[in-house]
Design a protein around this ligand. Structure first.
Ligand code: CP
Ligand code: NVA
Length: 310
Protein backbone atom coordinates (compact mmCIF):
# COMPACT_ATOMS: atom_id res chain seq x y z
CA UNK A 1 0.00 0.00 0.00
CA UNK A 2 1.21 3.53 -0.79
CA UNK A 3 2.03 6.14 1.82
CA UNK A 4 -0.81 7.78 3.71
CA UNK A 5 -1.33 11.52 4.19
CA UNK A 6 -3.76 13.48 6.34
CA UNK A 7 -5.28 16.12 4.08
CA UNK A 8 -8.96 15.95 5.11
CA UNK A 9 -10.89 13.95 7.71
CA UNK A 10 -13.16 12.50 5.02
CA UNK A 11 -10.29 10.35 3.76
CA UNK A 12 -10.27 8.43 7.07
CA UNK A 13 -12.51 5.46 7.73
CA UNK A 14 -14.70 5.57 10.83
CA UNK A 15 -12.50 2.89 12.36
CA UNK A 16 -9.34 4.92 11.70
CA UNK A 17 -10.80 8.14 13.05
CA UNK A 18 -12.07 6.49 16.24
CA UNK A 19 -8.76 4.62 16.52
CA UNK A 20 -6.81 7.89 16.36
CA UNK A 21 -9.00 9.38 19.10
CA UNK A 22 -8.56 6.33 21.32
CA UNK A 23 -4.82 6.41 20.80
CA UNK A 24 -4.72 10.16 21.55
CA UNK A 25 -6.52 9.44 24.83
CA UNK A 26 -3.97 6.73 25.67
CA UNK A 27 -1.04 9.02 24.84
CA UNK A 28 -2.58 11.71 27.06
CA UNK A 29 -2.83 9.20 29.90
CA UNK A 30 0.79 8.07 29.44
CA UNK A 31 1.94 11.70 29.59
CA UNK A 32 -0.18 12.54 32.64
CA UNK A 33 1.30 9.54 34.46
CA UNK A 34 4.80 10.82 33.68
CA UNK A 35 5.59 8.03 31.24
CA UNK A 36 7.98 8.27 28.32
CA UNK A 37 7.10 6.87 24.93
CA UNK A 38 9.67 7.55 22.22
CA UNK A 39 8.83 5.54 19.10
CA UNK A 40 10.03 8.31 16.75
CA UNK A 41 13.64 8.47 17.92
CA UNK A 42 15.83 9.75 15.06
CA UNK A 43 12.83 10.81 12.96
CA UNK A 44 12.13 14.35 11.71
CA UNK A 45 9.10 16.43 10.77
CA UNK A 46 9.40 19.45 8.46
CA UNK A 47 6.81 22.13 9.35
CA UNK A 48 6.16 24.57 6.50
CA UNK A 49 4.15 27.61 7.58
CA UNK A 50 2.78 30.24 5.20
CA UNK A 51 0.44 31.63 7.89
CA UNK A 52 0.76 32.44 11.60
CA UNK A 53 0.23 29.73 14.24
CA UNK A 54 0.48 29.23 17.99
CA UNK A 55 -1.24 25.91 18.70
CA UNK A 56 -0.44 23.98 15.55
CA UNK A 57 3.26 24.76 15.49
CA UNK A 58 3.81 24.25 19.22
CA UNK A 59 1.73 21.07 19.53
CA UNK A 60 3.45 19.41 16.57
CA UNK A 61 6.90 20.58 17.67
CA UNK A 62 6.47 19.45 21.28
CA UNK A 63 4.63 16.32 20.15
CA UNK A 64 7.57 15.26 17.95
CA UNK A 65 9.96 15.99 20.81
CA UNK A 66 7.95 13.93 23.30
CA UNK A 67 7.82 11.02 20.84
CA UNK A 68 11.62 11.10 20.56
CA UNK A 69 11.92 12.91 17.23
CA UNK A 70 12.51 16.48 16.14
CA UNK A 71 10.62 19.13 14.19
CA UNK A 72 11.99 21.85 11.89
CA UNK A 73 10.08 25.13 11.74
CA UNK A 74 10.27 26.39 8.15
CA UNK A 75 8.52 29.67 7.47
CA UNK A 76 7.78 30.45 3.85
CA UNK A 77 10.34 33.24 3.67
CA UNK A 78 13.06 30.99 5.12
CA UNK A 79 12.57 28.55 2.27
CA UNK A 80 13.27 28.92 -1.42
CA UNK A 81 9.51 28.63 -2.09
CA UNK A 82 9.46 32.25 -0.91
CA UNK A 83 11.67 32.97 -3.96
CA UNK A 84 9.72 30.84 -6.39
CA UNK A 85 10.99 27.26 -6.01
CA UNK A 86 8.12 25.00 -7.00
CA UNK A 87 6.02 22.95 -4.59
CA UNK A 88 6.83 19.68 -6.44
CA UNK A 89 10.59 20.31 -6.17
CA UNK A 90 10.24 21.32 -2.51
CA UNK A 91 8.29 18.09 -1.87
CA UNK A 92 10.94 15.94 -3.59
CA UNK A 93 13.82 17.58 -1.74
CA UNK A 94 12.25 17.57 1.74
CA UNK A 95 11.36 13.89 1.24
CA UNK A 96 15.10 13.12 1.03
CA UNK A 97 15.68 14.61 4.50
CA UNK A 98 12.61 14.18 6.68
CA UNK A 99 10.04 11.52 7.56
CA UNK A 100 6.91 13.67 7.17
CA UNK A 101 5.89 17.20 6.14
CA UNK A 102 3.32 19.38 7.88
CA UNK A 103 2.11 22.39 5.89
CA UNK A 104 -0.13 25.35 6.71
CA UNK A 105 -0.99 27.35 3.63
CA UNK A 106 -3.75 29.16 1.74
CA UNK A 107 -4.91 27.03 -1.19
CA UNK A 108 -5.84 23.44 -0.45
CA UNK A 109 -4.47 22.51 -3.88
CA UNK A 110 -0.98 23.42 -2.62
CA UNK A 111 -1.20 20.72 0.05
CA UNK A 112 -2.54 18.22 -2.48
CA UNK A 113 0.33 19.03 -4.84
CA UNK A 114 2.87 18.66 -2.04
CA UNK A 115 1.38 15.29 -1.08
CA UNK A 116 1.37 14.14 -4.69
CA UNK A 117 5.09 14.85 -5.14
CA UNK A 118 6.36 13.92 -1.66
CA UNK A 119 7.52 10.38 -0.91
CA UNK A 120 6.76 10.93 2.78
CA UNK A 121 3.40 11.54 4.51
CA UNK A 122 1.98 15.07 4.30
CA UNK A 123 -0.18 16.55 7.06
CA UNK A 124 -2.54 19.46 6.47
CA UNK A 125 -1.95 21.99 9.25
CA UNK A 126 -4.77 24.22 7.90
CA UNK A 127 -5.73 25.49 4.48
CA UNK A 128 -8.46 27.93 3.44
CA UNK A 129 -10.59 24.82 2.90
CA UNK A 130 -10.06 22.54 5.92
CA UNK A 131 -8.39 22.13 9.32
CA UNK A 132 -8.50 18.39 10.06
CA UNK A 133 -5.94 18.30 12.91
CA UNK A 134 -7.97 20.82 14.91
CA UNK A 135 -11.21 18.87 14.55
CA UNK A 136 -9.44 15.69 15.71
CA UNK A 137 -8.65 17.54 18.96
CA UNK A 138 -12.21 18.86 19.12
CA UNK A 139 -13.63 15.34 18.78
CA UNK A 140 -11.29 14.16 21.53
CA UNK A 141 -12.65 16.95 23.74
CA UNK A 142 -16.23 15.86 22.96
CA UNK A 143 -15.34 12.25 23.76
CA UNK A 144 -13.93 13.34 27.12
CA UNK A 145 -17.06 15.36 27.90
CA UNK A 146 -19.69 12.84 26.83
CA UNK A 147 -17.92 9.48 27.04
CA UNK A 148 -16.22 7.13 24.61
CA UNK A 149 -18.52 5.50 22.09
CA UNK A 150 -21.16 8.25 22.02
CA UNK A 151 -19.76 10.58 19.36
CA UNK A 152 -22.12 9.25 16.72
CA UNK A 153 -25.14 10.12 18.88
CA UNK A 154 -24.20 13.76 19.51
CA UNK A 155 -25.85 16.87 18.08
CA UNK A 156 -23.27 19.51 17.21
CA UNK A 157 -24.04 23.13 16.31
CA UNK A 158 -21.73 25.33 14.27
CA UNK A 159 -22.44 29.07 14.53
CA UNK A 160 -20.93 31.63 12.14
CA UNK A 161 -18.73 31.31 9.09
CA UNK A 162 -18.93 28.30 6.77
CA UNK A 163 -15.13 28.24 6.75
CA UNK A 164 -12.26 25.75 6.93
CA UNK A 165 -13.25 24.66 10.46
CA UNK A 166 -16.89 24.23 9.45
CA UNK A 167 -15.77 22.10 6.50
CA UNK A 168 -13.72 19.79 8.72
CA UNK A 169 -16.69 19.43 11.08
CA UNK A 170 -18.86 18.48 8.08
CA UNK A 171 -16.23 15.92 7.06
CA UNK A 172 -16.26 14.53 10.61
CA UNK A 173 -20.07 14.29 10.61
CA UNK A 174 -19.81 12.34 7.36
CA UNK A 175 -17.36 9.83 8.84
CA UNK A 176 -18.84 9.46 12.34
CA UNK A 177 -22.57 10.00 11.73
CA UNK A 178 -23.37 12.66 14.34
CA UNK A 179 -25.96 15.34 13.53
CA UNK A 180 -24.49 18.73 12.56
CA UNK A 181 -26.55 21.91 12.35
CA UNK A 182 -24.89 25.05 11.02
CA UNK A 183 -26.15 28.62 11.31
CA UNK A 184 -24.48 30.92 8.78
CA UNK A 185 -25.47 34.33 7.42
CA UNK A 186 -26.53 34.35 3.76
CA UNK A 187 -23.43 34.44 1.59
CA UNK A 188 -21.24 32.67 4.17
CA UNK A 189 -22.45 29.09 3.82
CA UNK A 190 -19.97 26.23 3.66
CA UNK A 191 -18.87 24.95 0.25
CA UNK A 192 -21.97 23.23 -1.21
CA UNK A 193 -19.77 20.47 -2.68
CA UNK A 194 -18.57 19.49 0.81
CA UNK A 195 -22.13 19.56 2.20
CA UNK A 196 -23.48 17.57 -0.75
CA UNK A 197 -20.73 14.94 -0.47
CA UNK A 198 -21.52 14.51 3.22
CA UNK A 199 -25.29 14.29 2.67
CA UNK A 200 -24.81 11.86 -0.23
CA UNK A 201 -22.83 9.66 2.16
CA UNK A 202 -25.80 9.72 4.56
CA UNK A 203 -24.68 12.52 6.92
CA UNK A 204 -27.28 14.58 8.79
CA UNK A 205 -25.91 18.06 7.99
CA UNK A 206 -28.37 20.98 7.89
CA UNK A 207 -27.88 24.71 7.38
CA UNK A 208 -30.02 27.34 9.11
CA UNK A 209 -30.04 31.15 9.10
CA UNK A 210 -31.14 31.36 12.75
CA UNK A 211 -28.48 30.50 15.37
CA UNK A 212 -31.17 29.75 17.98
CA UNK A 213 -32.74 27.15 15.71
CA UNK A 214 -29.40 25.50 14.96
CA UNK A 215 -28.42 25.40 18.64
CA UNK A 216 -31.68 24.05 20.09
CA UNK A 217 -31.06 20.82 22.01
CA UNK A 218 -27.43 20.38 20.93
CA UNK A 219 -24.57 18.89 22.97
CA UNK A 220 -21.78 21.01 21.48
CA UNK A 221 -21.79 24.67 20.45
CA UNK A 222 -18.90 25.62 18.22
CA UNK A 223 -17.78 28.83 16.63
CA UNK A 224 -14.73 30.46 15.05
CA UNK A 225 -13.50 33.90 14.03
CA UNK A 226 -15.58 35.89 11.56
CA UNK A 227 -12.54 36.77 9.45
CA UNK A 228 -10.02 33.97 8.92
CA UNK A 229 -6.35 34.39 8.10
CA UNK A 230 -6.12 35.97 4.65
CA UNK A 231 -9.52 37.70 5.00
CA UNK A 232 -8.29 40.69 7.02
CA UNK A 233 -9.55 43.19 4.45
CA UNK A 234 -13.08 41.80 4.74
CA UNK A 235 -13.11 42.11 8.53
CA UNK A 236 -15.38 45.16 8.71
CA UNK A 237 -17.93 43.82 6.22
CA UNK A 238 -17.92 40.52 8.06
CA UNK A 239 -18.52 42.20 11.44
CA UNK A 240 -21.73 43.60 9.96
CA UNK A 241 -22.81 40.36 8.30
CA UNK A 242 -22.18 38.27 11.44
CA UNK A 243 -23.58 40.73 14.00
CA UNK A 244 -26.46 38.40 14.95
CA UNK A 245 -24.24 35.32 15.14
CA UNK A 246 -22.44 35.87 18.44
CA UNK A 247 -22.47 32.90 20.83
CA UNK A 248 -23.69 34.49 24.05
CA UNK A 249 -25.34 33.14 27.22
CA UNK A 250 -28.82 33.43 25.70
CA UNK A 251 -27.76 31.27 22.76
CA UNK A 252 -26.02 28.74 25.03
CA UNK A 253 -29.30 28.48 26.98
CA UNK A 254 -30.89 26.99 23.83
CA UNK A 255 -28.48 24.04 23.98
CA UNK A 256 -28.71 21.14 26.44
CA UNK A 257 -27.86 22.01 30.03
CA UNK A 258 -24.74 19.80 29.84
CA UNK A 259 -23.64 21.30 26.50
CA UNK A 260 -20.02 22.35 26.03
CA UNK A 261 -18.64 25.34 24.15
CA UNK A 262 -15.72 24.87 21.76
CA UNK A 263 -13.59 27.34 19.81
CA UNK A 264 -10.40 26.40 17.97
CA UNK A 265 -8.79 29.73 19.04
CA UNK A 266 -7.58 32.39 18.61
CA UNK A 267 -10.86 34.03 19.73
CA UNK A 268 -12.23 37.56 19.63
CA UNK A 269 -14.27 38.14 22.77
CA UNK A 270 -17.20 40.43 22.00
CA UNK A 271 -17.31 39.34 18.37
CA UNK A 272 -18.05 35.68 17.61
CA UNK A 273 -18.24 34.78 21.32
CA UNK A 274 -19.19 36.67 24.48
CA UNK A 275 -16.62 36.62 27.29
CA UNK A 276 -19.28 35.13 29.61
CA UNK A 277 -19.37 32.04 27.39
CA UNK A 278 -15.72 31.47 26.48
CA UNK A 279 -14.65 32.18 30.07
CA UNK A 280 -17.71 30.48 31.59
CA UNK A 281 -18.35 27.02 33.05
CA UNK A 282 -19.45 25.35 29.81
CA UNK A 283 -16.31 26.36 27.93
CA UNK A 284 -13.76 23.63 27.18
CA UNK A 285 -11.54 25.73 24.94
CA UNK A 286 -8.30 25.23 26.85
CA UNK A 287 -8.81 21.46 27.17
CA UNK A 288 -9.48 21.61 23.43
CA UNK A 289 -6.21 23.48 22.86
CA UNK A 290 -4.32 20.98 25.04
CA UNK A 291 -5.86 18.12 23.10
CA UNK A 292 -4.11 19.35 19.97
CA UNK A 293 -0.92 17.92 21.48
CA UNK A 294 -2.37 14.48 22.20
CA UNK A 295 -4.27 14.25 18.90
CA UNK A 296 -1.23 15.36 16.91
CA UNK A 297 0.95 12.75 18.63
CA UNK A 298 -1.51 10.04 17.57
CA UNK A 299 -1.28 11.31 13.97
CA UNK A 300 2.55 11.38 14.07
CA UNK A 301 2.76 7.92 15.58
CA UNK A 302 0.51 6.68 12.78
CA UNK A 303 2.04 8.44 9.79
CA UNK A 304 5.72 8.39 10.81
CA UNK A 305 5.81 5.46 13.22
CA UNK A 306 3.52 3.23 11.17
CA UNK A 307 1.19 2.45 14.09
CA UNK A 308 -2.16 1.79 12.39
CA UNK A 309 -4.92 3.73 14.12
CA UNK A 310 -7.45 0.92 14.03
N1 CP B 1 -6.44 26.52 16.33
C1 CP B 1 -5.26 26.68 15.69
O1 CP B 1 -4.97 26.05 14.69
O2 CP B 1 -4.45 27.60 16.26
P1 CP B 1 -3.13 28.21 15.62
O3 CP B 1 -3.55 29.06 14.45
O4 CP B 1 -2.55 29.01 16.73
O5 CP B 1 -2.24 27.09 15.17
N1 NVA C 1 -10.72 29.83 10.53
C1 NVA C 1 -9.50 30.26 11.20
C2 NVA C 1 -8.94 29.14 12.02
C3 NVA C 1 -7.69 29.50 12.78
C4 NVA C 1 -7.11 28.33 13.53
C5 NVA C 1 -8.49 30.72 10.16
O1 NVA C 1 -8.38 30.05 9.12
O2 NVA C 1 -7.85 31.74 10.37
Amino acid sequence: MGKRDLLTLSELSKRELLGLLDRAQELKQIMKLGGHHRPLEGRSLAMVFEKASTRTRVSFDVGMHQLGGRALMLKRDDLQIGRGESIPDTARVLSRYVDAILIRTFQHETVEMLAQHADVPVINGLTDKTHPCQVLADLLTCQEAFGAGVLGALRVAWIGDGNNMAHSWINAAQVLGFALTLACPAGYDPDPAIVEAACAAGADVRIFRDPAEATAGCHVVNTDVWASMGQEEEAQARRTAFADFQVDAALMARARSEAIFLHCLPAHRGEEVAAEVIDGPQSRVFDEAENRLHAQKAVLEWLIGGRAPA
